[in-house]
Design a protein around this ligand. Structure first.
Ligand SMILES: Nc1ncnc2c1ncn2[C@@H]1O[C@H](COP(=O)(O)OP(=O)(O)OP(=O)(O)O)[C@@H](O)[C@H]1O
Length: 248
């Protein structure tokens, strides 16, 4: 029998609590993402998905708990340190530089290539590879100004800019939210393409259908607490969880 090592854990979150001012929003949130996985953090509006991402990135002043990226504790680090350690973040508001071109926006995100602990190369991105992944960006050409793109195109540029940092893991906040159905389809396609190239993704999502298309596993949040954890098949079979905590 061939012995296979289990895939290493990229992200480990334990006992994560977070506050906005005096408002306690996350309560002992815990989960993990392994190398090569696409994991969905699910829950309705206001469940705490974006807050979890902000807490992971060090963007919330008041937070408590342990966050480890490839075994290294990042819970006390600044957002820029965390990004440089290889945790990529595509926020919900998808901010791009509207007065910079597509090519310039990509350069803003560039970081050196990374290696896995076993010294094999981690996924490495170039503008050319990203243009191949997003034919829309390619068609517009590298000189198109960010401000002259649709919301969905800007979303693709934000994802591409994050990938230019060659992250070990990408946090993708609500990829299907507020974009046209054709772009939603392209986002699903993109996530599967990234997965096939070895990119690991934690996405926040309230659309069950979208999450089922692209994810291996899911965690379900409600009122800042994890209420369910399991495979997509287990979630599909669990009427109770779907009815209580998700919009189907
Ligand atoms: N800046 C803020 N100040 C105070 N409370 C906030 C702030 N941002 C979010 N909240 C509250 O924190 C809770 C969790 O919000 P969060 O944005 O994390 O939810 P979400 O699951 O990402 O939902 P959405 O899809 O609406 O983004 C909500 O009750 C929300 O009202």
């Amino acid at each position: 029998m061939i012995h296979r090592e289990p895939p290493p854990t990229l992200l480990t979150v334990e006992g994560l609590n977070a506050w906005y001012g005096a408002a306690h929003i996350l309560f002992d949130v815990g989960f993990e993402v392994k190398r090569g996985e696409v994991v969905a953090l699910m829950g309705r509006n206001g469940a705490g998905k974006s807050t979890t991402f902000k807490a992971l990135m060090g963007l919330l002043e008041r937070r408590k708990g342990t966050v480890k990226l490839m075994g290294q504790d990042i819970s006390g680090r600044s957002p820029s340190q965390i990004a440089r350690m290889g945790l990529g973040f595509v926020p919900e508001d998808r901010r791009i530089f509207t007065d910079l071109t597509i090519a310039e926006n990509l350069e803003v995100g560039r970081q050196a290539a990374r290696r896995w602990p076993d010294d094999s190369p981690a996924p490495e991105w170039t503008p050319q590879k990203l243009y191949d992944l997003f034919p829309n960006l390619k068609e517009m050409g590298p000189d198109r100004l960010g401000g002259r793109m649709s919301g969905g195109e800007q979303q693709m540029l934000t994802v591409s800019r994050t990938l230019m940092g060659n992250p070990y893991l990408v946090l993708l906040d609500e990829p299907s939210e507020g974009v046209a159905p054709v772009i939603v389809e392209q986002m699903a396609h993109m996530i599967l393409a990234l997965k096939s190239q070895g990119v690991s993704i934690l996405l926040s999502e309230q659309n069950v259908h979208f999450a089922e298309l692209v994810s291996d596993r899911a965690y379900v949040l409600e009122k800042g607490q994890i209420r369910f954890s399991g495979t997509m098949a287990e979630l599909a079979a669990n009427e109770e969880v779907r009815r209580s905590y998700l919009t189907v």
